[in-house]
Design a protein around this ligand. Structure first.
Ligand SMILES: Cc1cc2nc3c(=O)[nH]c(=O)nc-3n(C[C@H](O)[C@H](O)[C@H](O)COP(=O)(O)OP(=O)(O)OC[C@H]3O[C@@H](n4cnc5c(N)ncnc54)[C@H](O)[C@@H]3O)c2cc1C
Length: 480
């Protein structure tokens, strides 16, 4: 066998499974369809660490959300991932909402969410003065927070790789066959064998299950669209502001991001797995809905729109189980929201299932459970000068909006999971995330990628396979 365990998909769920498995003396392989990790749902969501009052008591979603949320702060501290425990408010704007708040409070208490409190309208406005003056009350959840979802996924995957897990990018699983004592998985990069397989393929998890004859669930992809506003709007609210879920939908949230921007969204419309196009109707709905709870948002400061696709399924709960028809094949599927919040607890849950199925877990004698990334703009003046003295590239600012230096980009290009695209660099160091959205730094980032990875400039990608930025003759005479 090539591996003891193969994980299909390297979003935050596959990455957390790999992170947990890499603590043990096991051969772990990860097969990811995209050319980077965190390129599916994990890169486009609300980035909220939910407190856990929303899922129905007794569900895996409730248990793993509350546990994952409690684990998130320490995990992010260890792996140097931006996280802020800023708390959340669900606001009531009608009599019907008042009743919903009481239900959410009771559900949260049953789920074991710490510190929940029902506030009057005045108390809510005292905490968040930019809420609608019509706010009648709110549910305060102090344990909620915000996180950088793609950096969390990258940090988990990077730590797993540093500890011996093998990541195969651009390796979509196209077929799976039973072999003696395990499974064979076919990809364009070759065939891989493993004793156990974990299906963490997000919106494609039902297709992967179908490859082993398991048709016990279907994914119902559901799109959510967003506005991302400039940092000038970033302090409009301090906490995550939710509306009450109602017959009309779950409501639109308004939240600061860990980067200091304001995020507004999402809506919910049925779609195809990779359809992340924004629509005029979706954007209009999000804008009008958000203004009900936070009326003063200046949408003229919008710097980007994007959409993410939820891996909702025809089951009410997360599907985390061994397949009933394919022993040794495990699903971590239908991981809808609050999947990001629950992620730190989902890896250990899968590990436990594998252990029960016979996987021996012997802790590694040596295991590195930490990660550091230098963020130049966060350093003191002395530290900055020291970095520049050692290597002048740390003093060359490439992204002026976010103050990202050449040193940071070069360092990212030589990590265990190096980016292969302009957006891969953006996700790692933030170059192109600011007000100009890469208008200034894009070409410089392309140059640095080409130089460091030994590519012709025409080979540099914007994001996934086939998204070349340049075509035609380059100065050195390279082909189009
Ligand atoms: C609009 C929206 C808002 C959300 N907001 C929140 C929130 O605020 N808080 C929260 O907790 N959760 C939220 N979620 C949910 C959260 O984002 C997901 O639960 C989480 O990202 C799921 O991660 P994943 O690893 O299961 O899926 P993904 O990140 O999609 O990863 C699956 C991976 O599998 C790969 N793959 C697919 N097919 C194959 C194949 N054949 N072979 C190999 N690899 C394959 C894909 O390329 C992908 O990288 C939100 C989701 C959406 C869409």
């Amino acid at each position: 066998m090539d591996y003891d365990v193969i994980i299909i998909g390297c979003g935050v769920i596959g990455a957390d499974c790999a992170y947990e498995l890499a603590k043990y003396a096991l051969r772990v392989g990860i097969l990811e369809a995209s050319n980077d990790v965190a390129n599916g749902t994990t890169k486009a969501n609300s980035a909220i660490v939910h407190a856990g009052y929303d899922p129905l008591p007794g569900t895996k979603m409730a248990r793993l959300n509350v546990r994952g949320s409690a684990m998130m702060g320490e995990l992010c501290r260890k792996l140097d991932v931006p996280y802020r425990n800023n708390g959340s408010l669900v606001v009531s704007l009608s009599e019907e909402d008042d009743e919903t708040l009481r239900e959410l409070y009771a559900r949260g208490a049953a789920n074991g969410v710490p510190g929940l409190r029902l506030l009057t309208g005045d108390e809510a406005l005292a905490l968040e003065p930019n809420l609608s003056p019509g706010v009648r009350g709110a549910l305060l959840a102090p344990s909620a927070g915000i996180v950088n979802p793609w950096e969390l996924c990258l940090a988990l995957a990077e730590t797993a790789v540093r500890n011996g897990a093998e990541l195969h990018l651009s390796a979509p699983v196209t077929a799976i066959g039973r072999i003696e004592n395990g499974w064979m998985l076919c990809t364009p990069k070759g065939r891989f064998t493993a004793r156990y397989v974990v299906n963490a393929a997000g919106t494609r998890a039902d297709q992967i299950a179908g490859m082993v004859g398991d048709r016990s669930f279907a994914i119902k992809p559901t799109k959510g669209e967003y506005y991302l506003l400039d940092k000038s709007e970033g302090s409009r609210v301090d906490r995550v502001i939710f509306q009450c879920p109602s017959k009309a939908g779950k409501g639109v949230l308004v939240t600061p991001t860990v980067h200091g921007n304001l995020l507004v969204g999402p809506d919910a419309t049925p779609t195809e797995p990779e359809n992340t196009a924004n629509t005029a109707a979706g954007m209009a709905f999000v804008k009008a809905s958000a203004q009900r709870s936070v009326p003063g948002i200046n949408f003229r400061d919008n710097i980007r729109n994007f959409a993410g696709v939820r891996a909702n399924s025809d089951h009410e709960d997360f599907i985390i189980e061994e397949s009933a028809v394919a022993p040794g094949f495990f699903h971590a599927a239908g991981i809808r929201s609050p999947g990001l919040s629950a992620a730190p607890a989902i890896g250990p849950e899968v590990l436990d299932l594998l252990r029960q199925a016979g996987l021996e877990l012997n802790a590694k004698a040596e295991y590195t459970d930490s990660r550091r990334r230098i963020r130049f703009h966060e350093l003191s003046e002395e530290e900055k000068n020291e970095m520049i003295r050692k290597d002048p590239r740390w003093g060359r600012v490439i992204c002026r909006c976010e103050t990202v230096t050449e040193g940071e980009i070069v360092e990212a290009l030589h990590t265990p999971i190096p980016p292969v695209s302009v957006n891969g660099v953006k996700r790692r160091v933030g170059a192109g995330m600011g007000r100009c959205q890469g208008g200034f730094c894009g070409p410089r980032v392309q140059e640095i990628i080409a130089r460091e990875l030994g590519l012709d400039p025409t080979e540099v990608l914007m994001d996934w396979e086939g998204t070349w930025v340049l075509c035609g003759e380059t100065k050195g005479g390279a082909k189009a």
